[in-house]
Design a protein around this ligand. Structure first.
Ligand code: ADP
Ligand code: MG
Length: 492
C-alpha cells in the first residue's frame, strides 16, 4: 500500500491512504439499440433515430437485443465473472431532461455478470488485481446540448436507448496511477473483444471514479466522493490525484467529507460539486413488467468463451517476461489487438521476438504514422515483412540496407518478392570467403608499413584494413565476415 503524505502541519497528522473504486460505462458496438430496432451508431442529424419504444410511449413494447446480451457475457467471461443465467431488467426511476421516459431500463437484483477479477499491468511492469463487483446492461440517455444557444438547452435523443454495460469494481485501488492502469486495461479488453470502440473522447467509454481517504492502517473506509464522466486516462489520473489532495486538506482543516457527485473541470484542473449523490432508494427500482426475463444457456456461455482471443494482460506477460522484451515495447505491442495479432503472426514465422518487435515498432510504425494508416491497412502481410527479416538473418543483406532501401521498395511494389527486389537494387551482400581472402592478400602487399606496424602492436590499424576491404566491395560485404578475414590474415 502506498501512503499519501499529509500536507498541512496539524499536531500529529495521520498519514492518509486513498481508496478508489470505478464505475465504467461502455457503449456496446451493435447496429441497433438495446430495446428497440432503430440504429444506434453515429447520426448526422439530431433526433433522427428515436422510436416510440425509446420514448416509452404508452403501449410501445421493448424487446432485448440478443447481441447486447452476448457482448455483456463476453465481457463478463473475459473478466472472470460469474454469469446470472437467469436475469431480468428493472426500471431505475429518475427525471432528467435527456431521459424523457422518466426511467432508465437497467438491471438491479440480477446483473448479468458478477464477482469477477481482473489483473492488469502497471507502468513499472508489475501487475495489480481488481475485483469486479458486477457488470450490468442498461440503456443510455440522450444528450443535452448547452452550447448552441445562450439561454436554451437542446436535446438530442439519438443516443437514448443505445446499449451500455456498466462495469462496477470493488474499492480495491489505492493510487490514481493504478486506477489509470485499470481503465486502460478495460479499454483494451473491450477493443480486443469488439464489445466497443472504447473511445473516451467521444464518450463511448466513460469513467466515474469513487474516491475516499482514511488514515493508513484503518479498516473502515471513509465517505466517498464520485467524480463523474472523466473522458481520458490522463484525466482519470489527474482528477483522482486532485480529489485525494482536496479531501486531505479538507479533513485536516477540521471538516468531514460529504457524499456527493463532482465533475472534473479540465480548464481549472480541479474537481467541483455537481449534485448530492442519489441513494438506491431514490431510484425506486422495480422489475420491468414489459420485458421477459432473460435466460442464458450453458451452450451460449460455451459459444461466447470460444470467441475470446488471448487477452492483452496475458500477451503482456508473455512479451515482457517470457520473451524478455522491454516494458515500453511490450506495452506498445499490446495496445491494439490487430497490431498485436500482426506481431504474433510474425513470431509464428520466425520465432525471433526481438527482431520482430524492432521492425514493427520501428520502421513499420513510422510508416503507418506518417501515412496515418492502421496496421490492417499496411500493404505488407506478415509473411512478406518476414522475408526481409530472414534476408538479414541469413546475412544476405545488411540491416541498414533493409531498412533504408528494401522496405520502402517493397511497400511500393508489394507484389515483387523481397529477394528479387534486393537483387534489382543491388543490395545483396556478395562476399565470398575466397574473394575476401584474395583481396586482403593484395592489401597486405599494398600496405607493407601498416601491416608491419599492426603486427608490432598497433592494433588500431585493424579499422584501417577493414575500411579498405569494405571499400573494395563497395560496402556490400558482410562486415562480420570482413572483420574475420582481416584479423586472420594479419595474424598469419
Ligand atoms: P452505490 O450502490 O451507491 O452506487 P456502491 O457501494 O455500489 O454504491 O459503490 C459504487 C462504487 O463506489 C463502486 O465502484 C465501489 O467500488 C466504490 N466505493 C464504494 N465505497 C467506496 C469508498 N469508501 N471509497 C471509494 N470508493 C468506494
Ligand atoms: Mg452505482
Amino acid at each position: 500500500m502506498t501512503a499519501v503524505e499529509s500536507h498541512s502541519p496539524s499536531p500529529s497528522p495521520p498519514v492518509w491512504q486513498a481508496v478508489i473504486g470505478l464505475e465504467i460505462h461502455v457503449q456496446l458496438n451493435t447496429r441497433s439499440k438495446v430495446f428497440a430496432t432503430e440504429a444506434s451508431g453515429f447520426q448526422k442529424n439530431p433526433n433522427q433515430h428515436v422510436s416510440s419504444i425509446s420514448l416509452a410511449h404508452p403501449g410501445a413494447l421493448p424487446s432485448i437485443n440478443q447481441e447486447c446480451l452476448q457482448l455483456a457475457v463476453l465481457m463478463g467471461l473475459a473478466t472472470n465473472c460469474k454469469i446470472h443465467q437467469h436475469c431480468h431488467f428493472a426500471r431505475k426511476n429518475y427525471f432528467y431532461p435527456d431521459l424523457p421516459k422518466g426511467y432508465q431500463l437497467s438491471q438491479d437484483q440480477t446483473p448479468i455478470c458478477y464477482e469477477g477479477k481482473l489483473s492488469f499491468p502497471l507502468q513499472d511492469g508489475s501487475s495489480s488485481t481488481i475485483r469486479i463487483h458486477q457488470i450490468h446492461i442498461e440503456e443510455d440517455a440522450g444528450k443535452s446540448i448547452h452550447d448552441q444557444h445562450p439561454s436554451q438547452t437542446f436535446i438530442d435523443l439519438n443516443r437514448a436507448g443505445v446499449g451500455l454495460i456498466e462495469i462496477v469494481t470493488e474499492p480495491d485501488l489505492r493510487t490514481a496511477i493504478q486506477a489509470g492502469a485499470a481503465v486502460a486495461e478495460i479499454r483494451r479488453i473491450v477493443r480486443y473483444l469488439g464489445v466497443s470502440d472504447g473511445n473516451m473522447e467521444t464518450g463511448n467509454l466513460r469513467c466515474d471514479a469513487n474516491v475516499s481517504i482514511m488514515p493508513v492502517g484503518n479498516k473502515e473506509f471513509g465517505t466517498r466522493v464520485e467524480i463523474k464522466n472523466i473522458n481520458s486516462i490522463s484525466h482519470v489520473i489527474k482528477a483522482i490525484e486532485h480529489e485525494i489532495d482536496r479531501q486531505i486538506q479538507w479533513v485536516e482543516a477540521g471538516n468531514s467529507v460529504i457524499q456527493e457527485t463532482r465533475t472534473w473541470n479540465v480548464d481549472l484542473q480541479r474537481t467541483q460539486p455537481m449534485r448530492d449523490k442519489e441513494t438506491a432508494d431514490d431510484y425506486r427500482y422495480f422489475p420491468e413488467p414489459d420485458l421477459l426475463p432473460v435466460f442464458i444457456s450453458d451452450e451460449d456461455i460455451l459459444a461466447s468463451k470460444a470467441r475470446i482471443p488471448p487477452l492483452p494482460a496475458e500477451r503482456f506477460i508473455r512479451y515482457h517476461h517470457t520473451y524478455g522484451l522491454p516494458l515500453n515495447e511490450s506495452m506498445a505491442l499490446i495496445e491494439d489487438r490487430t497490431f498485436s495479432d500482426y506481431f504474433e503472426s510474425l513470431l509464428d514465422l520466425n520465432q525471433t521476438p526481438k527482431a520482430s518487435a524492432n521492425w514493427l515498432l520501428g520502421s513499420v510504425r513510422a510508416h503507418l504514422n506518417e501515412h496515418q494508416l492502421s496496421i490492417d491497412e499496411f500493404v505488407l502481410q506478415p509473411a512478406q515483412l518476414n522475408t526481409i527479416i530472414e534476408l538479414i538473418q541469413s546475412g544476405q543483406i545488411t540491416h541498414h540496407a533493409a531498412k533504408e532501401q528494401l522496405l520502402p521498395a517493397m511497400i511500393k511494389q508489394p507484389q515483387t518478392a523481397a529477394l528479387e527486389l534486393a537483387r534489382e537494387l543491388d543490395l545483396l551482400i556478395e562476399s565470398k570467403q575466397n574473394e575476401l581472402e584474395a583481396a586482403m592478400d593484395r592489401l597486405i602487399e599494398k600496405f607493407p608499413n601498416e601491416t608491419a606496424r599492426y603486427r608490432s602492436g598497433k592494433k588500431k590499424l585493424l579499422g584501417f584494413f577493414v575500411g579498405q576491404l569494405m571499400r573494395e566491395f563497395k560496402g556490400k560485404a558482410d562486415p562480420k565476415e570482413v572483420n574475420q578475414v582481416v584479423r586472420t590474415k594479419l595474424h598469419s
